[in-house]
Design a protein around this ligand. Structure first.
Ligand code: ADE
Length: 340
């Protein structure tokens, strides 16, 4: 039954919610359903099988890699495989040491604690985590000033799974306390095609092989992007009363979203154009580039550049970023040699 709250919900939020429930539907629930990242799956199988044989919780795990590559999904699969409940929180949600103390002291034996965006944990929180991870002890300070004392509480055996997009921001003492540090890489294009095919099947979407290829090529080798493009292509086909997503409607969807056939968005093209037009193709320092684009340097380095580097559109050199020949070709611009 619709509640009062449902009725006053803004439209946008309804859409966002629908998207979220679709995401839950598309999430792989078993190893067999999880496509790609073979080396990580192999590593995890060994870690899990060994822990199961010893009837112990698995070692603490750290997953890192670009957003949307499936770090949370993997954590869920590990928890499922270990038949352990997973409690989820995130770096920015844990503001005070007391927040973490509350989470840790509520853990049950063999629980999995998943901390997303672990690079956003502050140092004081990290210091509470060290003994908790290493010797399952929670040290809390009670009182203030001269009367303050530390009490130590034993924690149940638990596993911490942390995920981050920026592993270099984690302190060395924290990193060294994980039993395995696993890097999720971009997916192969073939894997992305299989993911789109699987998602289309689950959602009952009719899509041609050509359309799958077009969407996969623009999906930045990232499952979350692939599924998002599929959902938007479905919307587009529905609105245009097309029962099947074919090559033409896949292309038109991308055009509408201002995404080109390589998956570049407006900001990517602006970045490439800036290197070529404003800085003679580079090298240009990332700080200068950030100022020219009025963009945060961290966003350029961590969000935009990895995909451009992966495609070979730019190169990082000690002197700065350089646009490769492929960028000129893709943006239909002339290189300095061609202009002579
Ligand atoms: N959906 C999102 N990520 C996936 C993956 N790795 N395998 C299958 N479906 C997915």
């Amino acid at each position: 039954m619709a509640t009062k709250m449902d009725k006053v919900k803004p439209k946008e939020e309804e859409y966002a919610e629908e998207d979220r429930s679709i995401d839950t539907l598309l999430r792989p629930n078993t190893w067999a359903e999880y496509i790609g990242q073979e080396h990580i799956k192999r590593n995890l199988r060994v870690i899990i099988d060994a822990a199961k044989k010893r009837s112990e919780p698995i070692d603490h795990l750290l997953f890192y890699g670009q957003a949307g590559l499936g770090k949370t999904t993997l954590a869920r699969l590990v928890a499922r495989e270990m038949a352990s409940p997973m409690k989820t929180t995130s770096g920015p949600a844990i503001e005070k040491t007391g927040d973490l103390a509350a989470i840790l002291s509520n853990l049950e034996p063999s629980d999995i604690l998943f901390i997303d965006e672990a690079h956003r944990l502050n140092r004081m929180i990290e210091e509470v985590l060290y003994p908790a991870m290493e010797s399952r002890k929670l040290h809390i300070v009670i009182g203030k000033g001269a009367g303050a004392r530390t009490v130590s509480i034993d924690l149940p055996p638990f596993t911490l799974i942390a995920a981050t997009t920026r592993v270099n921001l984690l302190s060395e003492p924290l990193r060294s306390r994980f039993g395995a540090i696993l890097r999720l890489d971009y997916y192969d294009e073939g894997d992305i095609e299989r993911i789109i095919e699987r998602s289309a099947k689950i959602l009952g979407i009719d899509i041609t092989p050509e359309a799958i290829k077009i969407l996969a090529k623009a999906a930045r080798f990232t499952p979350r992007v692939a599924n998002r493009l599929l959902k938007r292509a479905r919307d587009y086909a529905e609105v245009h009363k097309k029962p099947t997503i074919d090559g033409a409607s896949a292309k038109e969807t991308l055009e509408m979203l201002e995404i080109d056939e390589l998956g570049l968005e407006v900001h990517d093209r602006l970045l490439l154009s800036a290197i070529i037009d404003k800085f003679g193709g580079g090298p240009v320092g990332v700080g200068t580039l950030a100022a020219a684009l009025n963009e945060d340097r961290g966003v350029i380095e961590e969000v935009y550049e990895p995909y451009l580097l992966k495609l070979g559109l730019i190169r990082r050199t000690p002197a700065g970023r350089v646009a490769e020949g492929l960028s000129y070709k893709h943006l239909d611009k002339k290189t300095k040699d061609q202009l002579l």
